[in-house]
Write a new protein. Structure first.
Length: 228
């Protein structure tokens, strides 16, 4: 039997889960919820509580799985730091999963899926996935998202703000993925031997590069001069 600890603190509400896999059977053994922004204080105690309740030891895990963004900067940092520390302390594998990959996986579509999350300030976290494979992830404006999804594929979101910010798109709304939602992706990654190095894996913030920011500022300045 393979045992997994799964952590997701990148969304509005944090979740933690323990899952066991034996043969073709997958069982969520225990789950915990970290309301609001309480992950920084409650994450490690909640993990300890779940492990003790299940009678599991850290070193028995097949992997620690963490959703490493995009999303709340603080939540992403807290979850990833805890996962890296537990992976190193227990000497077990670490698997970092994109929140956009979870969202794309939620629709169960084998074809092209456009996953979209609200990034605030009129921007969106965007991911294009096909057959579970990531084609692209980026931070885009609403116009850029609309251009990216033209042609084919399913657009999926889990936040009302996305539908409100992209009123011209047909969007499939799904519940916000939780920690246990990462199990299927983690299993596929583990079977392929695709684990992450705790010493180098980073948060998936999808920030714009300094060059992109400068380009946007110059573009807006040029538009302002043209309107004069």
């Amino acid at each position: 039997m393979s045992r997994f600890l799964l952590i997701h603190t990148a969304g509005a509400e944090g979740t933690v889960a323990l899952a066991a896999v034996e043969g073709g059977d997958r069982t969520v053994v225990a789950e915990g919820v970290l309301p609001g922004r309480s992950a920084s204080e409650r994450l490690v105690p909640e993990i300890r509580r779940l492990l003790e309740g299940a009678g599991w030891r850290l070193a028995e895990l097949a992997a620690v799985v963490v959703v490493h963004g995009p999303g709340s900067f603080t939540g992403v940092r807290v979850g990833l730091s805890a996962a890296k520390g537990l992976s190193e302390a227990g000497g077990v594998a670490l698997i970092a999963v994109s929140r956009l990959a979870l969202l794309a996986n939620a629709v169960g579509e084998a074809g092209l899926v456009h996953a979209v999350l609200d990034a605030g300030r009129g921007e969106f976290y965007y991911g294009a996935y096909e057959g579970g494979r990531c084609l692209r992830e980026a931070l885009l404006t609403g116009a850029e998202v609309a251009a990216a999804v033209v042609g084919s594929g399913v657009v999926v979101a889990c936040e009302a703000k996305v539908a409100e910010g992209l009123p011209g798109l047909k969007i499939s709304m799904v519940p916000e993925p939780v920690a246990a939602s990462a199990l299927s992706i983690a299993l596929e990654r583990l079977e392929r031997g695709e684990v992450d190095d705790a010493a180098v894996v980073d948060a998936n913030y999808l920030r714009r590069t300094d060059f992109e920011i400068q380009q946007r500022l110059e573009s807006r300045a040029a538009m302002g001069r043209g309107a004069e």
